[in-house]
Write a protein that binds this ligand. Structure first.
Ligand code: FES
Length: 391
């Protein structure tokens, strides 16, 4: 990283964070340092507890981008906080599975107990509460995390209240699983990509019973992926593709076309498709032309628009395009005739048979609403006209 000229807003953070910022940037290839913005924002939160204006300026100066570009990223992700946070961020999952198992009740209980709502911090600065959309632990629903670590699995309103009370009293209770509870700023250090030297800072362990429930059920019921070896080791790198394990290819799929490069084959296919389309379009145009001249379906098939066909079937004697005009109205559908006989013709945009009623309602309402001193003006009945002086 070349020497950076920090703006006055960024200077206080630069004095503390420049060295770890350099370390973060060194992880990225030359010319791709902008990708370091995410860990840099976490680094800012290790000091500030949120992405402060100074933090935005610091990231912008370090990366040589503008503050709007930093802000666009920082405001997109919920893990970057826009306001100062408490020592512990308590997240309650209220997404579907947790919700049906009581997530909302837990959240509501904490809101009442702490006296804060979503993304708000208690007056003692200890707890920031938030509801979250799936904390990726649906198997342990409903879940509550502290600083993104799983702290209370299969939580209840009571266990959640106990948790926050311990935290407010300065205790760090043992979580249901995973790493020891730390502060939000300490967690940001890990999220920025630095090893946390605290004892128990990183949790590990085997998958629990709720996580393995699906596997157990599959085993009990003899459900398995055909040919899967349960002793297959989990590799850290993607194993090379074993061609011999693949099913043999059919001739058609495998047949090489030596004399034609791939580009040539694509062009040949495209040409063939274009010819087929032109042929089909020509056939359709020919049929439409025949139909226009004959005014009826041809013996090679009916090429009328489906809506025209439907209208003809409803009223076979009505005029259709191409037919000679009839001089007398065609007898209609008896049911329709019975209906229209009892309904007067509708005006434009009004329901059939309601012409008079609709007009009557409009007239009555207009009369009720119209102030006595306004000019009749159908579009502006209730707006008194301005006098010449007002104008
Ligand atoms: S729905 Fe709550 S953790 Fe997934």
């Amino acid at each position: 990283m070349t020497t950076v000229e920090f703006s006055p807003a960024a200077e206080p953070l630069a004095a503390k964070l420049l060295e770890p910022a350099r370390e973060i940037l060194a992880r990225y290839p030359a010319g791709r340092e902008r990708s370091a913005l995410l860990p840099l924002l976490h680094l800012v939160q290790t000091e500030e507890g949120y992405v402060s204006p100074g933090g935005v300026a610091f990231c912008a100066d370090v990366l040589g981008i503008n503050k709007a570009q930093v802000g666009a990223v920082a405001t997109f992700y919920t893990m970057y906080k826009r306001r100062p946070t408490g020592e512990y961020l308590v997240s309650v999952c209220t997404n579907t599975l947790c919700n049906v198992l009581g997530g909302q009740e837990i959240y509501d209980e904490l809101v009442e107990h702490l006296g804060v709502g979503h993304d708000e911090t208690t007056a003692d600065g200890k707890i920031t509460l938030e509801h979250a959309e799936c904390l990726a632990a649906c198997d342990y629903a409903p879940v509550v995390t502290v600083n993104y670590d799983f702290t209370v699995d299969q939580a209840t309103p009571q266990s959640a209240v106990e948790l926050v009370e311990h935290l407010r009293q300065g205790q760090r209770p043992t979580p249901s699983r995973g790493a020891r509870i730390c502060s939000l700023k300490e967690m940001q250090y890990q999220l920025a990509g630095f090893a946390d030297p605290r004892e128990g800072a990183v949790g590990d362990g085997v998958a629990g019973a709720p996580t393995l429930r699906g596997v157990r059920l599959a085993q009990e019921h003899g459900v398995a992926v055909a040919g899967f070896d349960t002793d297959t080791p989990i590799t850290k790198t993607k194993p090379a593709r074993d061609e011999s394990a693949l099913p043999p290819r059919t001739d058609a799929a495998d047949k090489p076309v030596e004399d034609k490069p791939a580009e040539g084959r694509i062009a040949a296919v495209a040409k063939k498709a274009a010819t087929a389309v032109r042929t089909a379009a020509g056939a359709v145009a020919e049929k439409v032309g025949e139909h226009r001249h004959a005014g009826k379906t041809t013996d090679t098939g009916d090429v009328k628009d489906p809506e025209v066909r439907a209208a003809e079937s409803r009223n076979p004697t009505a005029d259709t395009p191409g037919d000679p005009p009839t001089t007398t109205p065609a007898p209609g559908n008896p049911a329709e005739e019975a209906g229209t006989a009892s309904n007067e013709p509708a005006g434009d945009g009004k329901p059939a048979g309601d012409t008079n009623r609709g007009e009557r309602i409009v007239t009555e309402r207009t009369a009720e609403q119209k102030p006595a001193d306004v000019d009749p003006n159908p579009g502006w009945q209730n707006v008194p006209r301005a006098t010449e002086e007002e104008k």
